[in-house]
Design a protein around this ligand. Structure first.
Ligand code: BGP
Length: 473
């Protein structure tokens, strides 16, 4: 007998401002580092930008009506920092505030719980230009001020908040692989940037306690639980080290305000550990979250990596199966392809059991409730002659992950909600519009010709029923 989903379970779906809104220069919005980055030739799939995206900025009412029709209990979306503060700080732009104010009220009107992500990667370009954005300690106060503005404006109506979306991903792709803005490869910088981001995260949480005492807040971490490739002790050790360097490095800091010991001493020896002050450590301890937000897509399998072994591999951004390559840290670990798992066309491993394992690991290590803030399947969807999108593969994917959550609940893990990625189709940062995730198909394509019509996929009706029945898949 599996445990039932609690009555309060947040059946949700998610999005991010840059990926849906468009209107990149409207109503006083300033440029973000993504607005700049997508204009550098060769940086995104076929040069796709979010200038228009799925035009949610103008069609938000229609989108919320679809959420209401589905019966969605929660909707996670992010706020564009540059709509509120075109230059990242200073005077708040009333039009930016008004847009989110109306959106939140419309959601509440339909009994949809808003889950607000404060930062989903679209840093104001002005802050990048002025002091290097996340590279400077100055970001901590600017981020906190921006977050406080949101707490004061919406804290009376919004209970659930996400601080930073996937700190490990935006810093990794931004400072280690040059695939996200600002496009650097600098290991030392990577760790320093992360430290400032962690302090900013904690400082915003500490301030939230005063401004929104009844609210719930936490980061969304991109958690890929690590498996050893074989039962060779060297591979087991590689997996433990990878778990510490790739996951605990962030989650320990969020949950305990402390860096993991082995990883710290290893990075110190490499000369890349961040500079950390006593005051920073106190701030980290003062901003412990209410829940761990987890974006789960896949696990990672690793083996021992020789000293002269692989560093950074290749990502598949084309949807041609088998075009990604292993990554690793020489002398520590490298990724291996798990022969027991199927993959998507973008080489992402499909592993619902891994979700159960990951949820248990978090529960056992941190004892925090978990909000699954993202999970979903990116695929090429096709509209058939009758205008139907038969995405049974997406239904199968989501079903198996929902069952894994139910198993984790039965194991004693406190999972408070599940947000699928994504509600409507949207822009995939590096993969253009062809990699689709939504319950709602949006007619748009790379060439810039788009009527942006919304069409409900089969998965829309399926999830509607899951919500109605509180978890019958
Ligand atoms: C997460 C991001 C999302 C989203 C998702 C799917 O890392 O938080 O913004 O994009 O991944 O990734 P992709 O679009 O690369 O397939």
């Amino acid at each position: 007998e599996l445990a039932a989903f609690p009555d309060t379970f947040l059946w949700g779906s998610a999005s991010a401002a840059y990926q849906i809104e468009g209107a990149w220069k409207e109503d006083g919005k300033g440029a973000s580092i993504w607005d700049t980055f997508v204009r550098i030739p060769g940086k995104t799939f076929k040069g796709t930008t979010g200038d228009v995206a799925v035009d949610h900025y103008h069609r938000w009412k229609e989108d919320v009506a679809l959420m209401a029709e589905m019966g969605l209990k929660a909707y996670r979306f992010s706020i564009a920092w540059t709509r509120l503060f075109p230059e990242g700080k200073g005077e708040v732009n009333p039009k930016g505030l008004a847009f989110y104010d109306e959106l939140i009220n419309e959601l509440l009107k339909h009994q949809i719980e808003p889950i607000v992500t404060i930062y989903h990667w679209d840093l104001p370009q002005a802050l990048q230009d002025e002091y290097g954005g996340w590279e400077s300690r100055r970001i901590i106060d600017d981020f906190t001020h921006y977050a406080e503005t949101l707490f004061k404006a919406f804290g009376d109506r919004v209970t659930y908040w996400v601080t930073l979306n996937e700190q490990n991903i935006f810093t990794g792709l931004g400072y280690r692989q040059a695939m996200h803005p600002p496009g650097r490869i600098d290991e030392k910088q990577f760790y320093q940037v992360n430290h400032y981001a962690s302090v900013a995260n904690a400082k915003a949480i500490a301030s939230f306690r005063k401004l929104v005492p009844h609210g719930k807040i936490g980061p969304s971490f991109a958690y890929g639980p690590v498996y050893p490739y074989t039962c060779k002790p060297e591979d087991i050790l590689a997996a433990e080290n990878a778990e510490e360097l790739s996951n605990h490095w962030w989650m320990d800091v969020y949950a305990w305000g402390e860096y993991p010991k082995w990883a710290w001493s290893y990075l110190e020896k490499q000369g890349v550990a961040p500079e950390v002050t006593e005051e920073d450590l106190a701030i980290l301890k003062s901003g412990i979250p209410d829940f761990m937000g987890v974006n789960y897509y896949q696990t990672s399998t690793v083996e021992k990596n020789p000293l002269d072994g692989v560093t950074s591999g290749k990502f598949n951004t084309s949807g041609k199966k088998g075009t990604s390559e292993a990554t690793g840290t020489p002398g520590v670990f490298k990724t291996a392809f798990n022969p027991h798992l199927e993959t998507t066309n973008w080489d992402w491993e499909i592993d619902p059991v891994g979700l159960r394992i990951g949820l248990r690991r978090i529960h056992n290590r941190y004892g925090l409730p978990v909000l699954i803030s993202e999970n979903g399947l990116g695929e090429f969807d096709k509209v058939d002659e009758d205008g139907r999108i038969q995405d049974t593969y997406r239904i199968d994917y989501l079903r198996s992950h929902i069952i894994a959550i139910q198993e984790a609940l039965s194991d004693g893990v406190d999972v408070i909600g599940y947000c699928t990625w994504s509600f409507t189709d949207l822009l995939s940062w590096l993969n253009g519009f062809q990699k689709r995730y939504g319950f709602v198909y949006v007619n748009q394509h790379e060439e810039g010709k788009h009527d942006l019509k919304r069409l409900k996929k089969d998965s829309f009706y399926w999830y509607q029923r899951v919500i109605q029945t509180n978890g019958d898949t």
